[in-house]
Write a protein that binds this ligand. Structure first.
Ligand SMILES: *Cc1c(COP(=O)(O)O)cnc(C)c1O
Length: 463
């Protein structure tokens, strides 16, 4: 045992220092690396695909090979010029904490299994509620992302609405239960639909609330509500970045006995900024919220947060009990999220907030919003039509010629200076930009606009 201990520690140290060396090389070159890999770099991945190895290999060599072949074929999303999906980078302290967290390798089930990690998650939870201005007694569960956070919150919503009908779902199950009324925004994110479907609520059961041309639900045509209703609103439309009118809808829904859930994967972070907070006015009156760490807070993947004002409801749905699981004083993570064994994702949340402070988080949000406006102005000068009101970090823009637009986007992606994709917004094919990274600078936006201009000239000259 003694000798084995020495060897295993030594091997770990060698692998770790090799990983640190490789990561350092990767990070120091990230701003020069193509944002999406070339076909050659992708082809090189083959070198990692041997037949199933019979014999093991030296850990240090495993890391070196990983870096050599896989690092060049990554998307340089931490470099500041990746504008696809909604993707944050990883702040320095959050990335460092993630490495330390890996070294700890804690199973964050119970206080006894991960004391410091769970302690940090509790602090991070309190800080999150303060930053987002949400009720302080809420339960806060750290999930893999907003998909799972939506599911946790909607599971609590579903069971609560059934409890009101004297149906204990945990005992009886869904079979035979009368259907709930599920009102979703016509613009709800696909993961809300997935969460509902996993929870036994099908597409035919959904009542869609019509939206305006910014993707906000309309108050005047909002569907009827009652005490069997769950309402799904959103903070931050995945295309336009816009917000539902919480101040009008939520009090009305709550008065009717409905449960209101808000999918705020990235948009809820507007609440952390004095300049953007007006967009989330009234959101704190909802019953539950899903938000991501890995998007706008710029913690590493993966990290979402399920927040529920009726903490006991989440605990009732997620609880697990067995004689070998000694209860602590507070509700353990295993009773706030679906996972039992889990990584303490809140550690990186703690580190990012400790590093930035509330002022730094506000500045990050405001900086990204400013860059989105810079993008929109630049695109308008190039002759694009901006299809959304740029109220947050999202820009949707188009030109009249759809095939030319597709060509422009493809040329930009191939050039590798920046990366973004296309979407369909209000029936029109458009390019879609999301500015969500702490690493993005004004120069990155200028370089990206140059790349778009070059692609545009190339496409229009060829006509
Ligand atoms: C990204 C996103 C989700 C899903 O979140 P994940 O963290 O990817 O699981 C849900 N809703 C909105 C609005 C999003 O932008």
């Amino acid at each position: 045992m003694g000798n084995n201990k020495v060897t295993s520690n030594l091997e770990s140290l060698k692998a770790l220092s090799e990983a640190a060396r490789c990561a350092e090389e990767y990070i120091s070159g990230i701003r020069e690396q193509r944002v999406s890999p070339s076909s050659l770099e992708l082809a090189e991945l083959e070198r990692l695909n041997s037949s199933l190895p019979n014999k093991g290999q030296d850990a240090q060599q495993v890391i070196a090979d990983l870096h050599h072949y896989a690092s060049p074929a990554t998307v340089a999303s931490t470099g500041g010029r990746y504008f696809g999906l909604v993707v944050g980078g990883s702040t320095p302290a959050a990335m460092g904490a993630s490495i330390l967290n890996a070294a700890w390798d804690q199973v964050a089930v119970l206080e006894s299994s991960a004391p410091s990690a769970i302690y940090l998650e509790r602090i991070a939870a309190q800080w999150l509620l303060q930053l987002l201005e949400l009720p302080e007694e809420s339960s806060v569960g750290f999930t893999t992302g907003s998909s799972m956070a939506n599911m946790v919150c909607l599971a609590a919503a579903r069971n609560r609405q059934y409890e009101r009908m004297d149906i204990d779902l945990a005992r009886t199950g869904l079979a035979g239960a009368p259907p709930l009324r599920i009102v979703v925004s016509a613009e709800s994110h696909v993961t809300v639909h997935k969460a509902l479907s996993i929870l036994g609520i099908g597409k035919d059961q959904l009542v869609k609330a019509p939206c305006d041309n910014q993707g906000r639900v309309r108050v005047d045509t909002f569907p009827e509500l009652d005490e069997t209703t769950i309402v799904c609103l959103q903070a931050g439309n995945v295309n336009s970045g816009h917000f539902d009118p919480f101040k009008e809808i939520i009090p009305m829904a709550r008065a009717a006995g409905a449960w209101v859930h808000v999918d705020g994967a990235f948009g809820l972070w507007a609440a952390a900024s004095p300049k953007q907070r007006h967009l989330t006015a009234g959101v704190a009156l909802a019953d539950s919220w899903a938000v991501d760490g890995h998007k706008w807070l710029n913690t590493p993947y993966d990290c979402g947060v399920a927040i529920c004002s009726e903490a006991q409801m989440v605990h009732r749905v997620m609880t697990t009990q067995a004689p070998y699981l000694q209860a602590g004083v507070q509700v353990p993570p295993k009773d706030m999220v679906p996972e039992f064994s889990r990584r303490a994702r809140g550690v990186e949340v703690w580190a990012a907030i400790q590093e930035m402070g509330s002022e730094g988080v506000a500045a990050l949000v405001e900086r990204c919003c400013g860059f989105a406006r810079q993008f929109a102005d630049g695109l308008a000068k190039l002759g694009f039509e901006i299809l959304n009101e740029v109220v947050l970090n999202q820009v949707v823009a188009s030109i009249n010629d759809e095939s030319a637009l597709q060509q422009i986007v493809r040329i930009v992606q191939e050039e590798g200076v920046c990366w973004f994709g296309t979407t369909v917004w209000q029936g029109r094919v458009a390019l879609r930009l999301s500015v969500s990274s702490w690493a993005t600078s004004a120069e990155d936006i200028a370089l990206s606009l140059d790349s778009i201009r070059r692609a545009m000239e190339q496409v229009l000259e060829a006509k």
